[in-house]
Design a protein around this ligand. Sequence first.
Ligand SMILES: [Zn+2]
Length: 240
Amino acid sequence: MKRFILFCILIIIIGIFFFYFEPFFEDTLPCLREYDYPTCLHKYINYLIANKSGNCYIEFNESYFPEIYEKRNISVNVYLGNTSLNDKNIVNLFKQINNVWNNYGINFSLNNIDESKTKEYIDMINVDCQISLITERLNKYFNFSDNINIHLVILGLPNVKGGCHINPSYHVITVSTEADNLTWVIIHELGHAIGLCDKALYSGEINMMTHNGCITEKYPTNLGKKQVETILNNQREKCH
Ligand SMILES: [Zn+2]
């Protein structure tokens, strides 16, 4: 009996040790995004401790810039709805977006701006980030049949503070002009469209792919080595 108890204790200790360093959180809530990257118990505990005292959990902030020999051009169609933004604003916006993404070998080239719905109220209430609901609603207003890599929908949506990247058979990004930092939100969502997942708040790393939380004043535009390699290899990871 004594031996059995000792054996059990040993198994529990090994189990805790294993999970302490082994990533085990999976992407179970794609739209909340905090689970896109697996993490290990010690990081999660550090995150909870920091969070409890109102701090951010940041262990490292890696900035990796690759040597770029040739930029990859990715075409984007922009669709405007219920907003006073015009084509000049969008051209300017893309300059800022490319200022960031050119560092990583990507150039988002503006193919077409659809301004036909700028004065129309776009009803996106109660869709959250649900792919099927968003797709259904957007298809009422816009035509995404163009054979273009990415469709970026910029909408004046009262009370919506961010954006979503939805990925059915084509890449559609929707963002609200009420986002705290519209340019940064688009830069972030474009990261998803080219294959990057979110950085969980408990990853201990703050960069371009981290969601809200710790990002309040400074909006980071750096990426880590692994993220840059993902982009350069163009390997899409499973994320939304
Ligand atoms: Zn995200």
